[in-house]
Design a protein around this ligand. Sequence first.
Ligand SMILES: [Cu+2]
Length: 94
Amino acid sequence: MKLFRTMASVCLLALSTTVALAETSWTSGEIKKVDRAQSKVTVKHGPIENLDMPSMTMVFFAPDPKVLDGLEAGQKKQFEFGDMNGRMIVKQVK
Ligand SMILES: [Cu+2]
């Protein structure tokens, strides 16, 4: 039973790693403004390959407000942007 559980966690780990590698596309950008009240961030971003979007400055919504923790205007970061039902969102920042 213990062995089975260990094997199951290893499989899950391998699966999630594969999914993350396949889906994560990082884009560099500079933070222009952080609006924590509305969970929004304004970013001057480079070309976003996964959204087929050229460089520009625009506002992204953060569905998870924790993503904005520690972010301040002027910082240069890597972002994972996405499209949530037509709304441009930021999923991760590093
Ligand atoms: Cu844009």
